[in-house]
Design a protein around this ligand. Sequence first.
Ligand SMILES: [Zn+2]
Length: 225
Amino acid sequence: MQLPSAGVGFQTIHRARSSFWGAPSTISRIESLAAQAHSAGLGDLYIEDISRPRGGPLSGGHQSHQLGLDVDVGLDPAPKRALTAAEREQVELTSMVRPDQRAIDQAHWSPEVITLLRLAASLPDVDRILINPAIKRQLCQDVRGDRSWLRLMRPWYDHAAHMHIRFRCPADQHDCAQAPPPPPGDGCDATLQWWFDQLALPPKPTPPYRPPPLPAACMVVMQAP
Ligand SMILES: [Zn+2]
């Protein structure tokens, strides 16, 4: 299914280079997240890539977003007016992290960001949510009461202006290989500190990403008219 270009609590952005198709369960959960955020008084969510109409690799080298189970959602919960089509192409997502990557940016951070992240983690069948390590560390410091959802919030490169939500394989998608669940616990431990230790090291050259060959069944689907 295709996510409508806008709806209660959300606006899609960067439509020229993004793709908004997903499993029906993914689309309904994005709409549910936006509606819940709207009810909680947050501004519209900016929605970026989901997947191509029949899945498969996205242009730009995304390794995921191939199954209709991933979505990128901007993290800035500030109120927003309805953008024009041209403005939606140009809009820049606001980073929640300082340029040095060591902490959140107090100029943009607010308790409403935590509200948004908690709502996302509370959706059904979330496999994990990728966020910048500095955002994870702030959650570790700030979240009181129920912290069980922090397990789903996984530190990853970038992801300072958007979160990447991945849903679990739908029950009727038999060829979908479910990733192992995140390790137990809230993740506020040495595995989180590792990310900050890396910042002090010289950057390692990353080999270019070489996508694996597509399964034959995928080729048939992608080349269908
Ligand atoms: Zn993503």
